[in-house]
Design a protein around this ligand. Structure first.
Ligand SMILES: [Mg+2]
Length: 223
């Protein structure tokens, strides 16, 4: 039996930026935070006409933004042959159901973006969203808390599956336990008296020289 995943990164390409934005591509990829690995992914292009018929909204600013993006990403969403939104939603739900556990956590790039837009599309189509609202997770928040960990792009920027893979790999890197940069001898009032690159005999005996001082793992702030 193939592995069942508990985390999915979702990326949508849309023609809007509000909660009811018209969807033109859906990319999802599974990943394993503890194992540090990306799993299988799933991707569908969606016909813009069907998205708009289904209540999706086009925003002029987003269309202008798309016109300035790379040719490969633009051609991918402009070429004909995308699935109807109802079929894309159904197939994505089926794929998540077969590949992930019931309580799967779904990550999007922004608390108000991918997850909200896709859930709204499921509601308008009269279909069941394949994950629970309490399992919404925000990649953008984690990214803001780890500005020192760079993202490495996989594939084509602004292709939904490439973006989902890049973001999932970035999230794994950000959540990986990191060794401390050093060990600080700290006074009772929280001042750093001195620090050592590792927790060894020298750092422990230095901490013992100062009454009330403690030895604490420390991270250096990125420049
Ligand atoms: Mg994208």
């Amino acid at each position: 039996m193939s592995k069942i995943y508990s985390n999915v990164m979702l990326d949508l390409e849309t023609m809007g930026n509000g909660p009811d934005a018209a969807i033109v591509a859906i990319g999802v990829i599974t990943f394993d935070i503890e194992g540090g690995e990306l799993g299988p992914g799933y991707y569908n292009r969606v016909s813009l006409e069907s998205s708009v018929q289904g209540g999706g909204v086009i925003d002029a600013g987003t269309v202008s933004w798309w016109l300035q993006q790379g040719a490969e990403a633009r051609q991918e969403i402009a070429r004909p042959g995308g699935l109807r939104i109802a079929d894309a939603l159904h197939q994505t739900a089926e794929w998540i159901g077969n590949t992930c556990e019931e309580g799967v956590q779904v990550w999007g790039n922004g608390a108000s973006f991918d997850n909200v837009i896709l859930r709204g599309a499921y509601q308008r189509a009269g279909q069941t969203c394949p994950w629970s609202w309490w399992n919404d997770r925000c990649y953008r928040t984690v990214k803001a808390m780890h500005r020192d960990v760079p993202i490495e792009r996989i594939g084509t920027h602004h292709n939904a599956l490439s973006d989902a893979a890049s973001q999932a790999a970035h999230l794994i890197k950000m959540l990986a336990p990191r060794p401390p940069d050093g060990w600080a001898v700290m006074s009772e009032d929280g001042r750093i008296i001195t620090w050592y690159p590792q927790q060894d005999h020298a750092s422990i005996s230095a901490a013992q020289q100062y009454p009330g001082a403690i030895l604490r793992a420390m991270r250096l702030e990125p420049q």
